[in-house]
Design a protein around this ligand. Structure first.
Ligand SMILES: *Cc1c(COP(=O)(O)O)cnc(C)c1O
Length: 411
């Protein structure tokens, strides 16, 4: 293996980075590494260096790179049928919808492609449900969202973000959203009470990923559930990043024993192969949509359904969730030992952690650059927080090696 302990960017990498920089919009600031191959939890770059994946595509790669079962499902489908549009039914559609519905304990599935589209879909469903079922006066529906949220990048979605980078310069925004502090049940109660006739949904992440793996107080999600049921408001859980095994359970909501009205899923649902997202709920909610009222050319395409069906099948055994829980204990134990030694504090659940680095040691970005030099790919979120989310298929040895590098980069 190449020695990573160098800050010098190799030539091929530098060339590719410069060429990309010249010819793409600068809406990202990637770390200076140019990846070319991957298998499992390891990637190779154009200069032959190997890297351990500690980000897993923000949980899109929960099963690692090139998982044999997912590749086999994709290859088999590629040779048969890849796209039909929803103008017709294809032979992978019903199986996928039934399997995902069963995994969620829900009756119906509405497949889309990206996470942001699934969030938009949930917003449209909640509003339509409000008008058709709850009897909210036309065009007055309100949806409550939480501070620190991340639900994607569409104009409607960034309109209710409180992150200035996500939001500033993109208005005017869609009205009808009320922002309350995350984890604050009293604030949520007050917001519902202020508009009890018109509030149709509470849209939250059960754990805020982009926000820095922020875990709400233990009574929060049960409180949200109770409040929503009492006030006839839909509880919409954005489990795009937290769901599908990441936290050691199938859904982050499972830890609180809570079932939302709508699950919003994405990222890992596509197995790191294709973008697949979905909104999952019962027929009394999803049934409000009728032909022509919502859709997507690529949503629920045969290739997506074949891969996502395999993802759901893999999750059904519980093996990946159990792995995330067991290795999550290792992760938490190792991070605990780093507190006071470069780590100020951390939050973790399963194989997912937000690690607040001592700002004296540098920004999150700088620590990620040091990790890169040591052969670990990780990503900062805000300021001095680094998010760790290795693929759930990682071995204990690789996990410990990656954490050794974190420890080393902080000393
Ligand atoms: C990533 C993410 C989204 C947006 O998904 P995209 O596929 O990038 O559009 C929405 N919500 C949460 C919680 C996410 O982590």
């Amino acid at each position: 293996m190449t020695d990573h302990r160098t800050r010098v960017t190799p030539r091929r990498t530098a060339d590719e980075v410069a060429r990309a920089q010249a010819r793409t919009a600068h809406n990202y600031h990637p770390l200076p590494v140019v990846l070319s191959d991957a298998e499992g939890v390891w990637l190779t770059d154009v200069d032959g260096r190997r890297f351990l994946d500690f980000l897993a595509g923000y949980s899109a790669l929960n099963f690692g790179h090139a998982h044999p079962r997912l590749l086999a499902a994709a290859h088999a489908q590629l040779d048969r049928l890849t796209l039909t549009s929803r103008a017709f039914v294809h032979d992978r559609f019903a199986d996928f919808c039934a399997a995902l519905g069963d995994l969620c304990g829900k009756e119906m599935v509405l497949p889309m492609n990206t996470g942001a589209e699934a969030v938009e879909t949930a917003i449209k469903i909640a509003r339509k449900w409000g008008y058709d079922v709850k009897g909210v006066p036309a065009d007055t529906a309100r949806i409550i969202v939480a501070g620190g949220n991340f639900h994607g990048r569409t104009t409607t979605v960034v309109g209710f973000s409180d992150d200035p980078d996500a939001r500033n310069g993109f208005g005017p925004f869609t009205p009808g959203f009320d922002l309350v502090p995350y984890g604050d049940l009293a604030a949520l109660e007050a917001a519902v009470a202020a508009n009890s006739g018109t509030t149709v949904a509470v849209l939250i992440e059960p754990i805020q990923g982009e926000g820095g793996v922020v875990i709400p107080p233990a009574d929060y999600l049960p409180g949200v559930r109770e409040l929503c049921s009492r006030e006839r408001v839909l509880f919409v859980a954005d489990e795009i990043q937290s769901g599908l095994g990441r936290t050691g359970r199938t859904f982050a909501c499972d830890h609180a024993g809570v079932v939302p009205d709508l699950y919003v899923l994405g990222k890992a649902l596509g197995g790191g192969v294709v973008p697949v997202s979905a909104v999952v709920g019962d027929s009394d909610v999803l049934g409000v949509l009728h032909p022509g009222q919502h859709g997507s050319t690529f949503g629920g395409n045969p290739l997506a359904c074949a891969v996502a069906l395999e993802v759901v099948t893999m999750l059904r055994s519980g093996e990946h969730q159990a792995r995330a829980a067991a290795l999550g204990d290792v992760l938490a134990e190792r991070l605990q030992a780093m507190v006071g030694h470069g780590v100020v504090s951390f939050r973790s659940r399963g194989l997912w952690a937000g690690v607040d680095i001592d700002p004296a040691l540098g920004t999150g970005r700088e620590v990620c650059e040091r990790l890169l030099a040591r052969g670990v790919l990780a990503k900062d979120t805000h300021g001095s927080t680094i998010r760790l989310a290795p693929p759930l298929v990682i071995s204990a040895d690789d996990l410990n090696w990656g954490l050794d590098q974190l420890e080393g980069s902080l000393s």
